[in-house]
Design a protein around this ligand. Structure first.
Ligand SMILES: Cc1ncc(COP(=O)(O)O)c(C=O)c1O
Length: 954
């Protein structure tokens, strides 16, 4: 009898990650005229950038199975010490309610959504983000809030830039920061100030008399030492001098303390992390920014606003500066694109779940623990810092040195903050119990017993904050007062989720966004306490597991991109661009080329490129693109030559934003280098390169990687993201450092660009797992299939739509641009009409009008199977037929399925007077019936929302 061979391996993860199976790959190759994947990709990639040397054996040579990666992560997680961290500094332990953990944090229906640029199929997350804005606006007492920023430090830097733009006297170039601000915030703001030569004055606000003029001031509320300072005199003086005031505040404390608006601050910023979001060794967390109405046009990031749809019902969408960088480019006030939508949603759900009373109770409980510690410490003759305080108590530990107390704490698995040589600060939070308070006291008095009962002190505490007590109400809106049982909460979350199209329904073919699979295995460890409960400022010996992973991730990223060093700190692509340009700047200074301040940027660049160059205070010079979408070499040569004495850098996206591999990339880099400039590569399109070519080998000096595109971190409905930068050796010394992590960064680092040393550390685990599970072969195949899928779509659509740009041998890279501009002339159909009609077929639109106005850019990624690609193509072909009916005069130009799209259930159930059937509106192809996704509102009136800005849910 023939012996049966049994495969004992767990199977390759890459076979799960890559959508098309071998038969489908073969069949698509056949359509394109090939029989082998490698033969095909060889035709697409220009010869002179192909990876030449064969890979030696490395970490990536042996793919790890899903089962084994989780086992490895368990071992590595155990190397992180789960101490109780009472370190504060803007980061607190928090309790993520299980219903939110299960239904949002761990739910692909929420985390695989894209930024809500197509609001008709995004009403759920838009409502949740509107709740976030309402919560921030109410608690800070300021009317305009945005839908999240990256972290508290960068939010403070953004706020400073608002003040700078508003500065009354152009000569004012100084900005005041209270010395009671968190150290990492001061550091990030200083870094942002440097390119503009803004002088930062860090001083005690109590003695600052405004005798030297400043254009703005940043104060921490409560201070980093825990004290609730009375800022009224300072704010009054500032207003007399027309100085704008920013309060960096603790959101939880605002439930019991006077709001920044009440104190007459102009801007409030802060971190909403303690509203249920895990610490995650620094992030991701949603920062916030709110302002007075006068400053609304300067608000960075996204603002969600209320408008109405074509049936007049309330509809929510992104307001004002939705795509600010794309419209204003180098004149944009900020380069923020990806923010922290998912974390903002978690924080707002936390407020919905607890409601105003629940939040206040958490605040009172937290304060009570701090107050008990103060009383207990005084009983033990320990000198306590100034009052009033909210959650943080400063304690004088003399005669001991603070580091001695810290060490005693470590023996008890407790982290305290050394505030000064002889002072310890202790910051409590919603997880703190009286037993924790007792434990801290024992550490302070160096005894195992306390000479009194800690519980007995509770009756002695005074829960009031005197003149600082909040008198105004907040969160009165229905949503914050309705969903407090788990059943209601679960249903509310699900109700919102069902309004949104995510990867759980169908492919999201957004060009330049790479909406690939975010595998469950990659995401699971994020919920484990070994990773989620680590404070970003724990001593190094407690974060070995994290740092081992992060070091390995940096090594793998350097290896596959061909660069020498990597910084994982930037927490978005745009932040990576910013860090990269500052690194270039510092390098140029180091070789005495300070005069170099010109940054060349092709006209096709993503809006963040010119916006970032402006933030780094470079002068932006635009380079033209030719008719084929390639960078115009002649224009590049001319511009480089004209600016040769001042040329600092070129920012280039590769493959280009037009979705092609430009054969001239080496030449482009050579031109820039020959005039003394550096080449910055925007790596948003690395999904077309990994495993086939290495940017570090063909010219670029620095490159950022959107880990939330190529490396599987989910988009979370508009964030989180991670944008590490990789650099060549000569730039390595300048990689970002961090004031609280001395060993991080290069030898002569630029200042930190993020609040936490490793930025959004916890989500970096996802990319680490992705790389290790895919292995080199899997990564290469993923790239090949991504290119195959894009070309297959282009081939299927080509007889019916114009494919705008093609590269080598007539192939596109991993995405293709479909030009639909001609339909406007032929029958009045515009790109938006097609985008909205796709929703009736159950699809998210491709990227609209980027990089070319009036076109659609499609990126299928490798994770989509041929079946799904065919469904998508069938939908677009059916839409082409619908367009033809209008062109042929068989259908009205104004009343047709495209102009009326998307069709809601309500519209289809109402009186029907259109010249096409309900059936055609609802179920334009037979398979749509099988799992109809209903847009929850009809076409939204954008202009109405901007004219009548409403950005809270009151
Ligand atoms: C080409 C390109 N560059 C830069 C960015 C900015 O990245 P992020 O949104 O992470 O800031 C994007 C994001 O869409 C992009 O497509």
């Amino acid at each position: 009898m023939e012996k049966k061979s049994i495969d004992f391996s767990y199977g390759l993860f890459s076979d799960r990650h890559i959508g098309p199976n071998d038969d489908q790959i073969k069949s698509m190759l056949h359509v394109l005229g090939f029989s082998k994947l490698s033969e095909f990709s060889d035709q697409v990639i220009p010869d002179d950038i192909k990876q030449k040397n064969k890979e030696e054996d490395s970490i990536l040579s042996h793919p790890v199975s899903e089962k084994d990666i989780l086992a490895q992560l368990r071992v590595l997680g155990a190397k992180n010490f789960e101490f109780k961290s009472w370190l504060g500094m803007g980061y607190s332990n928090s309790i993520l309610p299980s219903v939110i953990q299960r239904c949002v944090f761990e739910n692909p229906g929420w985390y695989t959504q894209y930024t809500p640029y197509q609001p008709e199929i995004s009403q759920g997350r838009l409502e949740s983000l509107l709740n976030f804005q309402t919560m921030v606006s109410d608690l800070t007492g300021l009317p305009i809030a945005n839908a999240s920023l990256l972290d508290e430090g960068t939010a403070a830097a953004e706020a400073m830039m608002i003040c700078f733009a508003e500065a009354q006297r152009p000569s004012d170039r100084s900005f005041f920061i209270s010395s009671f601000c968190h150290p990492q915030t001061i550091e990030v703001v200083k870094g942002r100030a440097k390119p503009f030569s803004i002088e930062i004055i860090v001083a005690d606000h109590r003695s600052f008399d405004f005798s030297s003029p400043v254009f703005g001031a940043l104060l921490q509320y409560p201070g980093t030492d825990g004290v609730i300072y009375d800022y009224s005199a300072f704010i009054k003086k500032a207003q007399e001098q027309k100085v704008l005031i920013i309060l960096a505040c603790d959101l939880l404390s605002l439930t019991v303390l006077r709001s920044p608006g009440d104190l007459d601050a102009d801007i409030a910023i802060g971190n909403s992390q303690r509203f249920g979001v895990p610490l995650g060794f620094g992030g991701p967390h949603a920062a916030f920014l709110s302002t007075k109405d006068e400053l609304k046009r300067r608000v960075p990031g996204r603002i969600v606003g209320v408008s109405k749809d074509n049936a007049g019902q309330k509809a929510i969408r992104l307001a004002l500066q939705t795509r600010e960088q794309h419209i204003r480019r180098e004149k944009a006030t900020s380069n923020i694109c990806t923010a922290q939508a998912l974390l903002a949603n978690i924080a707002s759900m936390f407020a919905v779940y607890h409601g105003p009373d629940g939040l206040r109770k958490i605040a009172e409980r937290t304060h009570a623990c701090a107050a008990v510690l103060k009383l207990a410490a005084e009983k033990c003759r320990i000198k306590v810092g100034q009052e009033p305080f909210f959650d943080t108590v400063l304690l004088n530990c003399s005669p001991y040195k603070s580091y001695e107390v810290l060490k005693r704490g470590w023996e008890k698995k407790v982290n305290l903050r050394a505030y000064s040589e002889n002072e310890i600060s202790v910051s409590f939070d919603e997880t703190t119990t009286l037993a924790d308070v007792a434990e801290v006291l024992k550490i302070l008095i160096q005894k195992d017993e306390i000479p009194f009962k800690i519980e007995d002190l509770v009756s002695e505490i005074n829960p009031l904050f005197g003149q600082h007590t909040r008198r105004s109400s907040y969160l009165k809106q229905e949503v914050f007062n309705s969903h407090h049982s788990e059943t209601q909460m679960m249903r509310y979350i699900k109700r919102l989720e069902f309004k949104d199209l995510s990867l759980t329904q169908s492919m999201i073919p957004l060009g330049s966004c790479t909406m690939k699979l975010n595998a469950a295995t990659e995401l699971m460890p994020l919920s484990w306490s070994a990773f989620s409960q680590i404070h970003p400022f724990v001593p190094d010996f407690q974060s070995h597991g994290y740092r081992e992973i992060l070091l390995e991730l940096a090594t793998m990223l350097a290896k596959i991109t061909g660069f020498d060093s990597v910084s994982l700190q930037p927490n978005s692509g745009a932040q990576g661009e910013y860090a990269g340009l500052l690194v270039i700047k510092k390098y140029l200074e180091s070789i005495h080329q300070n005069q170099r301040n010109v940054c060349l940027i092709p006209s096709s660049a993503h809006g963040t490129n010119p916006a970032t160059a402006s933030l780094a205070n470079f002068k932006v010079v635009i380079v033209a693109c030719d008719e084929a979408g390639n960078i115009d070499l002649e224009d590049l040569q001319t511009k480089a030559q004209e600016n040769q004495a001042h040329l600092a850098a070129l920012m280039i996206t590769y493959p280009s934003t037009h979705g092609v591999f430009e054969a001239s990339i080496r030449k482009v880099c050579d031109i820039i280098h020959s005039f003394g400039g550096q080449v910055y590569m925007d790596g948003a399109n690395l999904n077309a390169q990994i495993g086939l070519c290495k940017p570090g080998q063909y010219g670029p000096d620095v490159c950022h990687m959107n880990l939330h595109k190529t490396f599987s971190i989910p988009h979370g409905g508009g964030g989180p993201g991670a944008g590490p930068i990789a650099v060549k050796r000569h730039l390595a010394s300048f990689l970002p450092g961090h004031c609280l992590s001395k060993e991080l960064g290069g030898k002569d680092p630029i200042r930190a660009v993020s609040s936490a040393p490793y930025g959004s550390a916890s989500i970096l685990l996802i990319s680490w797992s992705y790389l290790k599970m895919m292995g080199l072969d899997g990564l290469k195949k993923a790239t090949q299939v991504a290119i195959l899928n894009a070309n297959y779509i282009a081939k299927r659509l080509e007889p019916h739509y114009k494919i705008l740009y093609k590269g080598r041998n007539g192939w596109v890279a991993h995405e293709c641009i479909v030009d639909v501009r001609a339909f406007k002339k032929s029958c009045g159909v515009e790109v938006h009409d097609i985008a909205k009609r796709l929703m009736d077929y159950g699809f998210h639109a491709p990227t609209i009008s980027f990089p070319v106005a009036g076109t659609m850019m499609i990126e299928p990624t490798e994770s989509e199977s041929k079946d799904e690609l065919d469904r998508f193509c069938d939908a677009l072909l059916a839409i082409r037929e619908e367009i033809k009916e209008i062109e042929d005069g068989k259908m009205s130009k104004v009343d047709n399925p495209l102009k009326n799209a998307p069709h809601t259930a309500l519209a289809c159930a109402s009186e029907w007077s259109h010249p096409y059937s309900r059936e055609k509106a609802m179920f334009p192809l037979p398979w749509v019936k099988e799992g109809k996704f209903w847009p929850s509102v009809g076409r939204i009136d954008e202009a109405f929302g901007d004219r009548n800005l409403v950005c809270t849910c009151s």
